[in-house]
Design a binder for this molecule. Structure first.
Ligand SMILES: Nc1nc2c(ncn2[C@@H]2O[C@H](COP(=O)(O)OP(=O)(O)O)[C@@H](O)[C@H]2O)c(=O)[nH]1
Ligand SMILES: [Mg+2]
Length: 409
């Protein structure tokens, strides 16, 4: 059937009327306005979506440990280098006045009290934490010795100068855990402090351990965040309260081979600048193609490669060159901390990238060190959602840096 009225012969039969275009300069001005408005709203929107870490609550600035008689301590004030440092910085700023454009001089932080601090972010880790701690304390005690006695371990005695610091501490930051993570940590500390031959706890690398390590009292401290913040929030909180000359963070599941810690310390020392600043990044890049990585789901590997591409495109040069930014085993020398920790924003999985970008922006040398790794059952990472979250987090982070929403002040 013919559905068009008689006489219709296509568009050409419509009356032709010339549409009058506005002059080019009007178009350019209008486009300019749209561009400026878009930037303005993006900038305002960024302020809304860019994470701003909340201040620590009173109880989060305390820790619990096991006393020499085996009882659980009352919450005690957690030593905190950053509070004193921030106050001194404020005073220096005021003295200098707002009009001065000369950069503030570096303000040093409290001196180290021991050789190494291990920060362990732990979110509902009652199952996995014990095995990780078993492996960690065996290594720490043997290598770095007893902080109380001032007696060093093998590393301190035989190998390198440690600036007079011996000993170690573990700071477990329970990230709003709702299971028995805290009790597990303190029960482990009690058993390993009181008994000369504690009952060993199986871990990912030693499913049937035969020996265990007696540890000095107070070397394991537990801090509890009132609400879950995410791995980045937990690690940053821990790093604000460390006493070590070196600081490493490690996952609670024991996925990284703890005995690779010395390689991180050595790696860091090899790149430290005159101010003693350096970062050593545990890396699993050499394992790509190996069983550990191939065993992961195809989706996880695909997302990993996409994330690498995004990182390469979005991050500045030195950070983009790091092959494995996400490894949960990174070490910082103490004098590096005030260039990174006070300026952290990311609460979730993308925090590693922010740490590296901050190090890069302060011209701190970074080195990647190959470490052993074992996928451990029970990961709470949701591959799909957390990957999307990381991509979003990275974009927000990059924009917030680029547009001056995040400042180093
Ligand atoms: N999933 C998760 N892990 C957290 C959180 N806060 C701290 N963590 C710790 O982050 C570390 C890595 O977590 P894991 O689930 O093993 O992730 P994966 O190794 O990337 O698969 C562990 O020590 C967790 O306990 C959180 O909010 N969610
Ligand atoms: Mg893990």
């Amino acid at each position: 059937m013919d559905i068009y009225p008689r006489g219709y012969d296509g568009f050409d039969s419509f009356p032709k009327k010339a549409v009058e275009m506005p002059p080019t300069y009007v178009l350019v001005i209008a486009l300019g306005f749209v561009g400026v408005a878009a930037c303005f709203w993006m900038y305002m929107g960024l302020h809304l979506v860019a994470p701003v870490p909340r201040d620590p609550r009173r109880s989060e600035k305390t820790f619990t440990t096991i006393l020499p008689d085996g009882t659980r301590s009352e919450p005690r004030d957690l030593p905190c280098w950053i509070d004193k440092w921030s106050a001194e910085k404020e005073v220096a700023k005021r003295k200098q006045g707002t009009s001065s454009s000369t950069p503030l001089p570096d303000i040093p932080i409290d001196a180290a009290e021991l050789f190494i601090s291990v920060v362990v972010p732990a979110y509902n880790e009652e199952e996995r934490l014990g095995g990780m701690l078993e492996e960690a304390v065996a290594y720490l005690q043997e290598r770095y010795g007893d902080a109380h006695a001032g007696a060093g371990g093998k590393y301190t005695r035989e190998e390198k100068s440690t600036g007079g610091n011996a000993g170690w501490e573990i700071l477990i930051v329970s990230d709003g855990s709702t299971d028995k993570t805290v009790d597990t940590a303190l029960a482990f500390a009690k058993e390993h402090q009181l008994s000369q031959h504690p009952v060993p706890v199986p871990g990912p690398r030693t499913p049937k351990p035969t020996t265990s390590t007696h540890i000095p009292h107070g070397s394991i401290r537990v801090v509890e965040l009132e609400q879950n913040r995410g791995k980045g929030g937990a690690v940053t909180h821990g790093m604000r309260h460390v006493r070590g000359q070196y600081v490493v963070f490690a996952d609670a599941d024991g996925a990284s081979r703890f005995s690779d810690l010395d390689s991180l310390v050595e790696g860091c020392r090899s790149v430290e600048d005159k101010k003693g600043r350096g970062v050593a990044i545990g890396s699993r890049a050499h394992l790509v193609g190996s069983e550990a990585v191939v065993k992961r789901s195809k989706l996880r590997n695909f997302l990993m490669h996409s994330f690498h591409l995004l990182l390469y495109l979005l991050t500045p040069r030195a950070t983009a060159r790091i092959k494995d930014t996400q490894c949960g085993f990174k070490l910082f020398s103490r004098s590096t901390l005030p260039f990174i920790v006070p300026y952290m924003h990311s609460e979730g999985w993308i925090f590693d990238v922010e740490m590296l970008m901050l190090a890069e922006s302060a011209n701190i040398n970074m080195v990647e060190v190959a470490i052993g790794w074992k996928e451990v059952m029970g990961s709470k990472l949701n591959v799909m959602w957390d990957s999307l979250g990381m991509a979003w987090g990275l974009a927000v982070l990059r924009l917030a840096w680029g547009l001056g929403v995040y400042k180093k002040e």
